[in-house]
Design a protein around this ligand. Structure first.
Ligand code: GDP
Ligand code: MN
Length: 334
């Protein structure tokens, strides 16, 4: 269905240095970044850290996705910095637009109302397309279909410690499907009916609900209401096959039909998190404690000194967010 894919640049003609020799035991994985051309330099800062702390030794591919064509500058600069093969995809119209069943007037009224209530990104159309895309479509882009694993990277993130092993391979070898470094509470104003739609999904698809699930982390009243706990999805290492499974896509379909991406302002973080917590057994969700990470305004910094020494970490342990009241870690631990 997708005719707007740009030809992948498998080797950049203007890169002077050769790509490194890649490790023999890599898994079938890629980094993925959704970005605008204007995000280039903030994304470059992230890329440099990922390459320096990890990927220079592995040479994993990197897929860039955009609702507009990437500029030559964007492609040249990113390809020059990345040790793996870089690919650039243009997102199809149907994955970045209002579905036909959305009532435009109702959606516009919501944006106006959220603007008056000063809800973050509440009046933004593009942010809603972004959240819907990250919830339902990034893993189905033609360039992503050849991979089994992804690692999402956003502009202006920081990695504070060396990563001297392969997190993709760790996931594959240990039967993990989804991972996180930070967890927190969602703004309830952005998701008033997300849990109602989730309950409908659970009723329609009991076959998708894992027996040993994490409902007790999502809900303090046995599933009656959602407590807002979610994994922060600007960092994710996960299984694309899980996202492409019926369990996940049936959930997305339910949510998309209910319209909350536009009638509210559902984020992809609570959606990925709820889906993982309900459709995967607990032990398939991994906390990468040793990946020290920052995305404005929160930091995950390992509190164990041995990790910070061994991995040459540069984060300040007091900045660690895990046990803050707003985080959802203590809840998970109990
Ligand atoms: P926040 O982290 O929730 O504040 O949202 P961001 O502004 O970081 O956006 C999340 C991700 O989507 C980032 O990787 C952005 O580069 C990307 N993004 C956001 N809006 C757009 C957009 O309109 N078009 C494209 N192509 N990417 C976008
Ligand atoms: Mn961001």
């Amino acid at each position: 269905s997708d005719t707007r894919v740009e030809a992948p640049t498998s080797s950049n003609p203007k890169t002077s240095h050769p790509k490194p020799k890649v490790k023999a035991d890599r898994v079938n994985a890629t980094f993925v970044s959704l970005a605008r051309n204007g995000d280039l330099w903030d994304l470059v800062a992230s890329i440099q850290q990922v390459e320096d702390r990890f990927n220079h030794a592995y040479g994993y591919d990197w897929v860039f996705l955009n609702d507009q064509p990437f500029s030559d500058e964007f492609k040249k600069v990113t390809t020059n910095l990345i040790s793996g093969t870089t690919k650039y995809g243009l997102i199809g119209e149907e994955h970045w637009s209002f579905p036909e069943w959305i009532d435009q007037q109702k959606a516009a009224d919501v944006r106006e109302d959220m603007k008056n209530r000063e809800i973050i990104y509440g009046d933004s159309i593009s942010y809603r397309h972004m959240c819907r895309f990250e919830s339902g479509f990034f893993f189905r882009q033609p360039l992503m279909l050849e991979y089994e694993w992804y690692w999402r990277v956003e502009p202006s993130i920081k990695l504070f410690c060396d990563i001297p092993y392969d997190p993709f391979k760790y996931m594959a070898d240990h039967g993990k499907k989804y991972s996180f470094v930070l967890s927190l509470h969602e703004y309830k104003e952005t998701i008033p009916t997300l849990w109602d739609s989730t309950k409908t999904y659970m009723k329609e698809h009991p076959e998708h609900i894992a027996e040993d699930n994490m409902m007790s982390w999502l809900s303090d009243d046995q599933g009656d209401s959602y407590n807002g706990c979610h994994f922060w999805s600007n960092f994710e290492v996960g299984s694309l096959e899980w996202l492409r499974s019926d369990a996940y896509t049936d959930y997305f379909k339910r949510l998309d039909e209910d319209g909350g991406f536009f009638y509210e302002r559902w984020g992809d973080a609570p959606i990925h998190s709820i889906a993982a917590a309900l459709t995967l057994p607990k032990e398939q969700i991994h906390f990468f404690n040793d990946i020290a990470y920052y995305h404005v305004p929160f930091t995950h910094c390992p509190t164990e000194e041995s990790i910070r020494v061994d991995r040459k970490c540069s984060c300040k342990p007091e900045d660690n967010f895990d046990w803050n009241d707003y985080a959802c870690m203590s809840r998970r631990a109990s």
